[in-house]
Design a protein around this ligand. Structure first.
Ligand code: UD1
Ligand code: CA
Length: 449
């Protein structure tokens, strides 16, 4: 079914007690807004409109960051959810098919739920997403009669009997573009808050002889973030679900409760994830790869058969081909490690290309930064980089070459050559004993004074 989506994201989020616009606070390493946009994207919408207000520029940037085709409209003054939706009129009034309104601060609406709402449009002109609230608090109440939704009553405007209703409004609403904007044009602000309530479209629709209905979803989906407490609860809820999904998809998690996924983490079947692993944004782990305990990964790709950690850090642009081994206390950034490369211990590889089956010794550092610019290190195939090699970039080491351990490599090394870049060793027989004798004598002399 053809659909467009409006995401309301103009609110300040006063209760977050923050300089950051609410929808930019992160859950699973992604702004709340991206979660709502991901739900929207599952419908392959015709158009996606984000309504911005507080922190409009930052919010618009985040929206385009997720989807460069996202349309953004500014609601200069926050006069209510109905007024917010009306800002999208110019962009959507002629849109074919359906419009679904989502909230930028409500991250967990599932694609299936939105599909169910679109399907329910066959029976009702307006479809509202509701939930049975454990604690209905100040949510708007859904007043129903049989299959019909009669009205949405805001808590502030509700009578005692209406407040006793536990079926609540999630805020998500669906109608055809035509119907929605026709109804919105008739909303007034004669209510306890003096706001233009989107929720009024239900009664307006009924007055026009149209019907409205409810699709009910689990309360967990409608969890909205208004406070830091709720942000933390949302993070926990996301992780619980992501862990369960990973296990279901055939991923081994040795200690699931200690693994943290990002919104866009992809882990293949038969991958093994050890304890205390944290995924930042943009990570893909292929089938059968292993991430051992205490690793921190973001913006990287780990291929089949590779193993990483324990205690490794893969930063953006780390590309590990098949069967690469990255061991403990190794950091990789913006570097391509071809098949079978081994980087076992205590090493920094940044801004580098490493050819297949090359071995990088312990304590190697690509010195990629000269204080002003970053430079690239190119290491060929089947190279042996001796332990404690400093590779001062830009520098190239040819195929099959070797660097002596402790070398500072400042010049290119041709293929198959050995490069030694360190002071020659000097051995002085007996000197250690003589030195210690002298020192002890000195100490004894001092003690007497
Ligand atoms: C709204 C619903 C209520 C529902 C609740 C669910 C209305 C009138 N009420 O109430 O029935 O139970 O959500 O959480 O719709 N926003 C704008 N511009 C505005 C006003 C709001 O973009 O002018 C955005 C907010 O940033 C937020 C969303 O719309 O993302 C909801 O607004 P909020 O003020 O939180 O509505 P509630 O009073 O919670
Ligand atoms: Ca709210």
């Amino acid at each position: 079914m053809q659909a467009s989506v409006i995401i309301l994201a103009a609110g300040q989020g006063t209760r977050m007690n923050s300089d950051l616009p609410k929808v930019l606070h992160r859950v699973a390493a992604a702004p709340l807004l991206h979660h709502a946009m991901a739900a929207a994207a599952s419908l392959s919408p015709d158009r996606t409109v984000v309504v911005t207000g507080h922190g409009a520029e930052e919010v618009a940037r985040a929206a385009r960051n997720y989807d460069e085709d996202a349309l953004v409209v500014l609601q200069e003054e926050q006069k209510g959810t109905g007024h917010a939706v009306d800002q999208a009129r110019a962009l959507l009034a002629d849109a074919p098919g359906e419009v679904i309104v989502l909230y930028g601060d409500t991250p967990f609406i599932r694609p299936e739920t939105l599909e169910a709402m679109l399907a329910a449009r066959a029976r009702h002109a307006v479809v509202v997403l509701g939930f049975e609230a454990a604690d209905p608090g100040r949510y708007g109440r859904l007043l129903t009669q049989g299959d019909d939704l009669l009205a949405i009553r805001e808590w502030k405007d509700a009578s005692e009997t209406e407040r006793a209703v536990t079926l609540c409004n999630s805020g998500v609403i669906c109608a055809s573009a035509r119907t929605l904007f026709n109804l919105i044009a008739r909303i007034g602000n004669q209510n306890a808050a003096g706001e233009y309530y989107l929720t009024d479209v239900v009664e307006i629709a009924r007055a026009q002889g149209l019907t409205a209905g409810v699709v009910v979803c689990p309360e967990a989906e409608t969890l909205g973030v208004n406070t830091r407490q709720q942000l933390a609860a949302a993070e926990a809820a996301f992780q619980t679900r992501a862990r369960a999904e990973a296990l279901e998809n055939g991923v081994t998690l040795t200690a699931p409760e200690t693994v943290f996924f990002a919104l866009d983490t992809v882990v293949g079947r038969d991958a093994i994830i050890g304890p205390n692993v944290l995924f930042g944004p943009g990570v893909t782990i292929e089938s059968g790869a292993e991430i051992k305990g205490f690793c921190h990964l973001e913006g990287c790709h780990v291929s089949r058969g590779a193993d990483v950690g324990p205690f490794a850090r893969l930063r953006p642009g780390a590309e590990l081909a098949e069967d690469v081994h990255v061991g403990n206390f190794v950091e990789i950034k913006n570097a391509i490690l071809d098949e079978g490369v081994k980087v076992g211990h205590l090493t920094y590889i940044g801004d580098a290309d490493v050819g297949e089956f090359t071995n990088i010794g312990a304590g190697t550092v690509t010195c990629n930064y000269d204080g002003v610019m970053k430079h690239r290190t190119r290491i060929g195939k089947r190279v042996f980089i001796g332990s404690d090699t400093m590779l001062v970039a830009p520098v190239t080491v040819g195929d099959g070459a070797l660097t002596a351990s402790g070398s500072v490599i400042t010049e290119d090394v041709p293929a198959e050559a050995v490069a030694i870049g360190r002071a020659r060793q000097v051995v002085k027989p007996g000197l250690a004993t003589r030195m210690f004798e002298k020192l002890r004598a000195l100490k004894a002399a001092k003690a007497k004074v």
